[in-house]
Design a protein. Structure first.
Length: 295
């Protein structure tokens, strides 16, 4: 065969071309029938399973939802049970800054709760026990009773039968002073017994060396609207003033905080208090609104 140059190039190119395989029409038909049969079988099986499952799910969905709710409610109940138990079985008395409260317990004991303090006791108080928990400061007049009167504090446990005493349980220290009777204070390290006219005033741990005599005849000062100071740092005194009158006190110099204050300050109102401290410290106290600046 004689080919011209153009035909020859086409022929050579065709030798390198991969042609698409065209299957036999009978083979294609058989494969199609097989795929249809497979699809029909799968569809029938799926319908059967759906039918069986539908019977199951018609009954089960509500049961599953109810079970989930029950589990969720049970979990919430478990979490809230201690809170709800405390809510229904305990009494809590809170005082804010600038506030005091008078409490009379079911045994006749009287408590004056100082500002920014918290007292917690069971609603069955005086039945099996006389147990209270104190955060802050309070003055107790405990009635005589065969049940010990116990006060839980961060620094130790105070136990009495019938007496009058003051407890101060705050972040900056602990104070216990006895006006009448005997008081026992105990923790894991020590057990002390204080009698009338004795007190302890510590910043952390206490021992027998910390027991001292009460020198102020109107102890504790705060229930008599007074501030008793005996070389008391001005910063500590100002903390009590802030708590009592709900104001903020700022120091123009850090060194002012360490000024020692000695004396009895009448506290009928904030202006009287600031005027007296100004005389004792020889520094000016400027009160604008609820902010006092010491200059």
């Amino acid at each position: 065969m004689n080919l011209d140059n153009k035909q020859k190039k086409i022929w050579e190119a065709s030798e390198n071309t991969e042609f698409i395989y065209v299957p036999n029409k009978n083979e294609v038909w058989e494969r199609l029938i097989q795929q249809i049969e497979i699809l029909e079988n799968e569809t029938n099986l799926k319908k059967k399973n759906q039918f069986n499952n539908s019977l199951k799910w018609k009954l089960v969905p509500h049961i599953n939802i109810d079970l989930n709710k029950i589990i969720a409610y049970s979990f919430i109940f478990i979490l809230l049970m201690p809170i709800s138990y405390n809510y229904f079985t305990t009494n809590v008395v809170l005082t804010k800054i600038g506030q005091q409260d008078n409490i009379v317990l079911s045994d006749g004991s009287k408590i004056i709760l100082n500002a920014e303090s918290k007292l917690v006791y069971n609603k069955n108080f005086n039945k099996d026990n006389r147990l209270v928990k104190l955060e802050g400061e309070a003055y107790f007049q405990v009635s005589q009773n065969h049940l010990p009167f116990t006060i839980n504090t961060d620094y130790g446990e105070i136990t009495v039968l019938g007496t009058a005493f003051n407890v101060r349980n705050r972040n900056d220290g602990f104070e216990l002073g006895v006006n009448e009777g005997k008081v026992r204070i105990s923790n894991k390290d020590n057990v002390l017994q204080l009698i009338e006219g004795q007190s302890i005033n510590v910043e952390s741990k206490f021992n027998t060396e910390d027991i001292s005599d009460i020198t102020y005849n109107k102890y504790p000062d705060w229930i008599n609207n007074k501030f008793y100071c005996n070389n008391t740092p001005l910063k500590k005194l100002c903390d009590e003033i802030e708590r009592t009158f709900d104001i903020k006190i700022r120091f123009s110099k850090y060194s002012l905080k360490e000024i020692a204050v000695t004396g009895v300050i009448d506290a009928p109102n904030i202006n009287t208090v600031l005027h007296t401290i100004s005389l004792l410290t020889q520094h000016e106290f400027k009160l604008v609104g609820d902010i006092c600046t010491i200059i």
